[in-house]
Each structure stands twice: as structure tokens, then as C-alpha cells.
Design a protein around this ligand. Structure first.
Ligand SMILES: C[S@@+](CC[C@H](N)C(=O)[O-])C[C@H]1O[C@@H](n2cnc3c(N)ncnc32)[C@H](O)[C@@H]1O
Length: 258
């Protein structure tokens, strides 16, 4: 079943953890070296978290932000150009120096088709740089599926569930025919601040991974779902004395230089 959300993003709840979400973005950018001439594309640019860092590192290149969300694009600043489009079908008009995508491509299906397509849009010497969460079997994400299927089996069935992000080696194999690939994973130990009305992990997932579940529920069902999820999180991610918690979060990274 599809877990692609149909409703628009909420930039305010997404921005709540801006610092924690920025760190992997910068870790990815630090692995992108010199670039040839051509534009830079921030694919799935969201509210523009990467714009400042990309412009600072590559001030002579034009920077385009592309996203499918009107609400996110309305907040995105710092780009030379913004494009509202589906990254799955977008085609660059000219060979591109850098396609940068932080925490976005896991929302798109069929990476085995998408990534080679993006690789072919690069100028000689150009770089594709991607980071995606790989958290699907950790309690924070597994509980979302397990609880939805237990409470509302008429709408949720994960018997044939496949995580949208593959093991890191798969990306190396997909992209190595095009050039030099670096691929790695990092597990970040995120300390999440206390939140008044919910477990801190729910505050983190509610703007992202939780959205496709909640939008299939009526308001009363969504409240029950959130309460059961919250309870399950309490045993998997015990609260520290100050009400914060520690949440390990795994992310996959790769760069391709053609
Ligand atoms: C988690 S946010 C990440 C935003 C930004 N890259 C960052 O690092 O903060 C994911 C973004 O991907 C965008 N997105 C998801 N599917 C997309 C698609 N098919 N085409 C374009 N953008 C998409 C969403 O609209 C959202 O803004």
C-alpha cells in the first residue's frame, strides 16, 4: 500500500527540529567537492534548509530549488529560481553541476529508475548527492505501521511492506556504472527536547513519517491512533528526568561523481 501523503506539508511542525535535521544535510554537503560549470538543483528543497549552505559553498553557480509542496515552496528563500514540480518526472534543461537532495527522495518510488535518470542529467564532473532516512524498522516507524494495521485493518495492510529506502550497497550498485560512488550510513543519536502534549518522538515524526497514516483516519480515530502510538513510544524511548529522550536515527548517504 502507498504511504505517500496526499495532503500538503506543514512547514511549521517540520521546522520544529531544524537543528537536528540540518546536521545530516551539512554532513552530505561536506562530501561534495569541486564542481564543473552548470546549475545546482536542490531536489525536494522543502522550506529551503539547504539554500544558504549551498550558496555559501558554491557562490558562482545558479541555484534552483524544486519541490512539489506549495506550502514548503512559499517558505523557501535563498534560491535564484524555484520550480514547483514532481521530482519523479522533472527533467533538467541543461547538464547540471550538482543535484543535491536531502531527506526527500524516500518519498519517491522506484529508485532503480529514478537515480540512473538523475545521473544522466549531470554535466561531466557533476555530482549527485543524496541523503535519506533509513529508519523504517526502528520502533519510531515500525510502530506507525503495526498500530495502524492493528486498529484499522480495513485501511492498513503491511503484509507485503517494502521499505522505500534500500540497503546502502544497493545504491552503490545502481550508480557505480555512471562514475565514482561514495556511500555510507550514519546513526545519529538525537536528543529530543520535552514537548508538553506528546512524546518527543511523536513530535518528531508527526510532520513527516506519521502524515500518510493520519490522513487516512477520521479525527477521533487519529486521536486514538496518536494516543496508542505515544504509549508505545514511552517504552521504546524512555523519557529522561527532564522529559527529553534519546532517539537513534539512521540515515543513508551517497554521492556520485560522473
Ligand atoms: C522532509 S522534507 C526535506 C526538505 C529539505 N530538503 C530539507 O532538507 O529540509 C521533504 C520534501 O520533499 C518534497 N517532496 C516529496 N515528494 C516529492 C516529489 N515527488 N517531488 C518533489 N518534491 C517532493 C516534499 O514536498 C518536502 O518538501
Amino acid at each position: 500500500m502507498s504511504l505517500t501523503p496526499k495532503t500538503d506539508w506543514n512547514p511549521e511542525t517540520y521546522a520544529r527540529f531544524r537543528g537536528l535535521r540540518l546536521r545530516p544535510l551539512l554532513d552530505l554537503l561536506m562530501q561534495v567537492g569541486g564542481l564543473p560549470q552548470g546549475d545546482l538543483i536542490d531536489l525536494g528543497c522543502g522550506d529551503g534548509a539547504a539554500a544558504g549552505a549551498l550558496k555559501q559553498r558554491y557562490p558562482k553557480h545558479d541555484l534552483t530549488g524544486l519541490d512539489a509542496s506549495p506550502a514548503m515552496l512559499a517558505k523557501a528563500k535563498g534560491y535564484d529560481r524555484l520550480i514547483a514540480a514532481d521530482a519523479a518526472t522533472w527533467q533538467a534543461e541543461a547538464p547540471t553541476a550538482l543535484i543535491f537532495s536531502n531527506a526527500a527522495l524516500h518519498w519517491l518510488p522506484d529508485h532503480a529508475t529514478l537515480l540512473p535518470r538523475l545521473a544522466r542529467m549531470l554535466a561531466p564532473g557533476g555530482v549527485l548527492a543524496v541523503q535519506m532516512p533509513r529508519q523504517y524498522f526502528a520502533p519510531s516507524h515500525r510502530f506507525l505501521r503495526d498500530i495502524a494495521a492493528a486498529l484499522y485493518p480495513d485501511r492498513f495492510d503491511f503484509a507485503r511492506y517494502e521499505a522505500p529506502v534500500q540497503p546502502t550497497q544497493a545504491y552503490w550498485q545502481m550508480l557505480s556504472p555512471f562514475g565514482e560512488v561514495q556511500a555510507w550510513e550514519t546513526e545519529y543519536l538525537q536528543r529530543l527536547d520535552p514537548v508538553a502534549d506528546m512524546h518527543p518522538v511523536q513530535a518528531f515524526t508527526q510532520s513527516t513519517a506519521m502524515r500518510p497514516f493520519v490522513e487516512k483516519l477520521a479525527p477521533a480515530e487519529a486521536a486514538t491512533y496518536a494516543a496508542v502510538y505515544d504509549q508505545a513510544l514511552t517504552s521504546a524511548y524512555p523519557l529522561l528526568p527532564d522529559g527529553s529522550c534519546l532517539m537513534p536515527f539512521r540515515r543513508v548517504f551517497f554521492t556520485l561523481k560522473v
